[in-house]
Design a protein. Structure first.
Length: 588
């Protein structure tokens, strides 16, 4: 009998489960390692994107407090949090939402989530108090979507303890409606990733929430207490291995502002024994229904395939996205989604721990994935602990690039092992146009080369100048806002979708851009990267091409085609109505 890779992976999962007892005597994080791929000589091609950190000049002055600075006693202090680009006031300019943690001993005055309003001149104003978003606690992830279809984007934030649903009131303020919406926990949980999605295609956004570990400070072991509290012989925070796994939840939107927990009914609750992190919801097998991918730390990642009847089946191993290519568990944390090879299908990029490679998965269009990490040359980089990531066209050449942020979870380790720094640079993998990438750090600008201990990042055009900028969370530092100072005359188009029969945010819509004989797929997402949310306006670099055809597959199944669309501008498309006037966009 021929043993295919996916058959091998099915057997590998059985082996991985059987190894659980052995893993109890190993370190607390997945032990998988990958030797870096040999680097090719530099291509010598210029990279026209250049990133500069303008956060200070933009007014993003508050630090993201998260646990100890020199050392971490508990895993709660190290995982960090995400951020979001959100146009909360519908003026056509992206505002910024930054999550925050606290400290074990006491919360500093600066420890709160922050909302910054875009002043449309490159600066932002802190409107946290005015908006009603001041909150202290261990925040994790954020997802954005208009759950009540009133035309204003709402936010759901996950926490260690109690998650919060913030309803956008449409007047610049938000209201905590968690209890009224039926989303209060019956006991404290560690909310991690989250995504709004319309899994049953009824036009109302439902909600998926992953949970990381079951944890309490009162009963948590401390560094060095057992074998799950050591890394390379150094006492460190304990876990996630050795701690009980979380469980994941699906909440159905009842259409009246409330949600019902359908985790059991939908088959989500059957997936156990994993440490869930970032959640991405998109139609990965192109059957018109959204699927759910959950990056999992030190356990097999999960892929829930939509059965079209309100239920899901978990097929991460079968479809090749649960384990490493050699069948082992990895420390999955962040997830990017996009079409790196321009074949019209949504691929995945998942970030991992130091000494392991970040994995690029190629989608065959039917939701079956192949690990192309080595073939694509992404595997040259294994030095860093990696978190937020994106598949985004940074230089508008029509070929999406990869971007990731990095930072260690063990700040004390570098004192004994200096090669494992706490603060490390970001990285760009520029797309060479032949399904391979070239890593750039210094060549991409000082905003990439600067070293920080980062976690979440979000991608969006905050200054409306036609390129992709990057917002980054740095632990116990102020955030970074990487402005893209792009040179050259490459073309582009942005696509803003407004649902009518579909959910108003058009979350789950898939757009195919056809240009120069190529096809690029993107999807409107509620969360990706690491616990973060991108600009909902889909950005397509077009290179030298001056026209583009757009095919929109709306969440309710409707398909619309728009021929020879204008370039170098934002195009707003309303379901069933075609092009409509943009809001606030100055370059139309």
């Amino acid at each position: 009998m021929t043993c295919t890779r996916r058959t091998f992976l099915r057997f590998s999962l059985v082996s991985a489960v059987s190894m659980t007892a052995k893993q109890a005597f190993a370190q607390g994080v997945a032990t998988h390692k990958a030797k870096p791929v040999v680097r090719h000589a530099p291509s010598g091609r210029p990279f026209n994107a250049h990133f500069v950190d303008v956060a200070a000049a933009a007014g993003l002055s508050a630090p993201t407090i998260y646990g100890g600075v020199e050392s971490k006693k508990y895993i709660l202090e190290s995982t960090g949090c995400g951020c979001a680009f959100i146009d909360y006031d519908n003026d056509g300019w992206l505002d910024i939402f930054l999550l925050c943690g606290t400290r074990i001993e006491a919360a500093p005055p600066a420890a709160t989530n922050r909302l910054y309003k875009n002043n449309r001149d490159g600066t932002f104003t802190d409107v946290t108090q005015k908006a009603g978003l001041h909150a202290i606690g261990w925040a994790s992830g954020v997802c954005v979507g208009d759950y009540n279809n009133d035309g204003f984007e709402d936010m759901f934030c996950t926490y260690f303890g109690q998650n919060i649903l913030y309803r956008n009131n449409g007047d610049g303020t938000f209201t905590d409606v968690t209890k009224a919406a039926g989303l209060l926990n019956d006991q404290p949980r560690w909310g991690a990733g989250c995504s709004f999605l319309d899994y049953n295609r009824d036009g109302h956004l439902d909600l998926f929430v992953s949970n990381y570990v079951r944890f309490s400070i009162e009963h948590a072991p401390v560094p060095g207490e057992n074998t799950n509290c050591n890394w390379k012989g150094i006492p460190v925070e304990c876990g996630p291995r050795g701690l009980p796994t979380g469980w994941h939840s699906l909440y159905r939107n009842n259409g009246d502002g409330t949600f019902s927990d359908v985790s059991q009914l939908a088959g989500i609750a059957r997936a156990t024994q994993c440490y869930g992190m970032t959640v991405v919801a998109a139609d990965l097998d192109e059957d018109g229904w959204p699927d759910i991918y959950v990056a999992c730390d030190s356990t097999p990642s999960l892929l829930f395939m939509n059965n079209h009847d309100g239920t899901f089946r978990e097929e991460g191993v079968l479809r090749g996205v649960a384990l490493s290519d050699d069948g082992e568990e990895q420390a999955g944390m962040g997830v990017a989604i996009g079409d790196y090879d321009l074949d019209g299908h949504l691929d995945l990029f998942k970030t991992h721990f130091a000494d392991d490679a970040n994995v690029l998965y190629h989608n065959d269009g039917k939701g079956a994935f192949d690990d192309v990490t080595r073939a694509s040359r992404v595997g040259v980089e294994t030095r860093y602990v990696c978190w937020g990531a994106g598949i985004v066209d940074l230089d508008n050449d029509g070929c999406p690039d990869l971007f990731m942020v990095t930072g260690n979870v063990y700040p004390e380790v570098e004192r004994k092992l200096p090669q494992y720094q706490n603060k490390t640079p970001r990285a760009v993998f520029r797309n060479l146009g032949n399904s391979t990438f070239e890593e750039l750090i210094d060549a991409a600008g000082p905003g990439v080369a600067e070293e920080h201990c980062s976690r979440g990042c979000a991608f969006g055009d905050f200054d409306n100048d036609g390129d992709v900028d990057i917002l980054i969370v740095n632990l116990n530092e102020t955030p970074s806002l990487l402005r893209n100072d792009l040179i050259g005359n490459q073309n582009w188009v942005k696509v803003k979708l407004e649902g009518v029969k579909s959910n108003r945010s058009a979350i789950g819509a898939r757009v195919l851009a056809h240009y120069g004989g190529k096809t690029q797929a993107q999807s409107v997402l509620s969360q990706c990267s690491f616990y973060s949310c991108n600009d909902p306006r889909l950005h397509f670099g077009l290179g030298t091409h001056t026209t583009v055809d757009l095919e929109v597959r709306w969440p309710n199944g409707m398909v619309e085609v728009f021929k020879r669309m204008p370039v170098n501008r934002l195009v707003t498309l309303r379901e069933g109505a075609g092009m409509v006037q943009n809001r606030g966009w100055l370059k139309s």
